[in-house]
Design a protein around this ligand. Sequence first.
Ligand code: GDP
Ligand code: IMO
Ligand code: MG
Length: 422
Amino acid sequence: MIDVLIGLQWGDEGKGKIVDYLAKEYDIIARFQGGPNAGHTLYVDGKKVVLHTIPSGIFHKHCENLIGNGVVIDPVVLSQEIDKVMPFCPDMLSRLFISHKAHLIIPTHRALDAASEAAKGADKIGSTLKGIGPAYMDKTGRNGLRVGDILAKDFMDRYNKLKNKHLQMLGENSNIVDWPQWEVSFFEAVEKLKKLPIVNGEYWINERLAAGKKVLAEGAQGSMLDIDFGTYPFVTSSNTITAGVCSGLGVAPQKIKEVIGISKAYCTRVGGGPFPTELHDETGEALRKAGNEFGATTGRPRRCGWMDLVALKYATMLSGVTQVIITKADVLDGFNPLQVAVAYNIDGAETEYFPFDICDNNDIVPVLKTFEGWSDSLGDAVTKDQLPVTFTNYCDFLQKYLGVRISYISNGPDREKLIAFN
Ligand code: GDP
Ligand code: IMO
Ligand code: MG
């Protein structure tokens, strides 16, 4: 049996914290897409740790962790991450498994990412510049290198072939980033990677599922950054919705049971692209401050706004979400009134459908419903009956609109700050 946990917005919903909390109920945590563009924040023994490639179950001694075939891996980032996590759990390498089919991000992928963004000028995606797009392009273009290839005798030849292809594409931009410096670290990290358990991921996971193990698939990014259904082209290069689990791990759809969707009690986005409920005023600034909304991977300030139920309902539909967890509810303390988008007004007509041309149409105005806020400190609540009634009214409305139950409310960054709701 496999459950899925995904972000329902534009990423950074608090997935890492929730996976870390739920990990006690699972035997295996598996990443199925994305790569070092992800930044999942956890608090372990009161210390903040940000994971990029390693699944968020790593801090639980009973959990095995799989980096699936759908992930793109930068060996340098992975190696740095292992060094960071090791002091917390010295046994981690016996519980970390990597699919031999996961694709590699090589140093020139970073240069291509930077060149692509530079060429777009004001229309840039706002990529994390970790080489994600170019690595997935080589995968679908059938040029990529996979983790299993590092064990091949002719790996250097294959690497040089791909690098030279990239240098040709880069032309006079070949020095846009200092990739030769990164290459030194790359080959050191590849040596380290060779010592890790590189497994046949699809057999590895299916055998464990057949043996009755419980698996949680951990999504990266968010549904509105999905390559097919997000705000294209302002998206990432993988399928971030439930569908990505099947191709990113090699599991059949009927093995999937619960789909846990994570949403903040408001909304954020980092990078370019449409964000209908974005607040450009002091309320947006106050949300950024209260929520400490700065990127876990790049440190960039996140754009902030009200919850967008048009986008959220679309995301729950795409992934078959069976329960929603609302995070960062405590951040809304003192915001009064609260607003939520329940429809879009496009050229005078109201719709609850997410529009195809959202990136081109500047006349999309959110239709906002107003809610009364609260003055209590929501972070102090431990049980549902201690939550302010104005907040539970807000949640009841969300459940009704989405047609999905809210299972938990997260009211602080720590692992235990989670309240059973419905
Ligand atoms: P992820 O990418 O979805 O794992 O999320 P990030 O780690 O990028 O961003 C979420 C941020 O919110 C992190 O700094 C978390 O520590 C923090 N966080 C998570 N849940 C809560 C919560 O319920 N309340 C507050 N105040 N912070 C939270
Ligand atoms: P987690 O897993 C938030 C955004 C980037 C950019 C776009 C494309 O921490 O939620 P890319 O690097 O993939 O080429 O960037 O996607 N983005 C994220 N935003 N959280 C993330 O991951 C993100 N990963 C990528 O900011 O707009
Ligand atoms: Mg993040």
